[in-house]
Design a protein around this ligand. Sequence first.
Ligand SMILES: CC(C)(COP(=O)(O)OP(=O)(O)OC[C@H]1O[C@@H](n2cnc3c(N)ncnc32)[C@H](O)[C@@H]1OP(=O)(O)O)[C@@H](O)C(=O)NCCC(=O)NCCS
Length: 205
Amino acid sequence: MPALTAALASGARVGAAGSSAWRLPHVGLRFSAMSVGLGRGVLVFKPIDLDAHGHVCIAFRRDTFMSSFGWDGFFARDGDNGENYLKRLRAHSSRFPDGNVHAWDDGEIVGQLEMRVLDDPCRGHVSLFYLTEPVRGSGAGGDLQRYAMRFMRSQGVGTAQLNVSPTNARALSYYRKHGWKDCGLRPGRDDVHLLEHSLTAAAPL
Ligand SMILES: CC(C)(COP(=O)(O)OP(=O)(O)OC[C@H]1O[C@@H](n2cnc3c(N)ncnc32)[C@H](O)[C@@H]1OP(=O)(O)O)[C@@H](O)C(=O)NCCC(=O)NCCS
């Protein structure tokens, strides 16, 4: 049973018996046909099936690298076939299946979250917030944020953190809008800022 079960007790479990698909429970998770051209209802979060969708994860990561740094450098860092990334993701997914999820809309993968708890168990790290291009600007980003905060709370995390490139203007606006605090350059790095979100100070979701 996924660890998020207890924390999301107020949500409705969906899918076949034994599956790990979750709908977040409130109406705010519905987004309209008008706004995104999808209109099929509710984002459903499921643990990533790496055997089936590893190639999707790589495509999303590669796109994120380009959004972040403005050039196509994912494979230079993560191996010719992204194998270094997939190895990391497999390890994180096996420890935190509810933290490494695809967001589905009516049978289509439209987003991805990668999260884990750090050695300091009060701190959680988000390594990826991602939406496919047609879904951006639809309000679905709010669903990702809500899911992320619920996951962190379910793990007892007090402060969530992430890295973002200062040249990724859209992501920076998105994070600021959702209450992430920009702590400036991450110590030891000159290409990313450290952002933090306090779970204790945040209003319950
Ligand atoms: C980051 C991401 C999940 C945010 O989701 P989203 O649906 O695009 O976010 P939103 O539209 O809700 O918020 C983005 C905000 O930036 C604004 N924005 C859009 N383009 C912008 C730009 N070029 N510069 C600055 N702000 C911009 C939007 O207007 C919006 O603000 P508003 O709601 O006040 O109008 C999504 O853009 C994404 O997947 N990007 C690619 C992957 C990525 O870069 N991930 C982050 C890695 S750290």
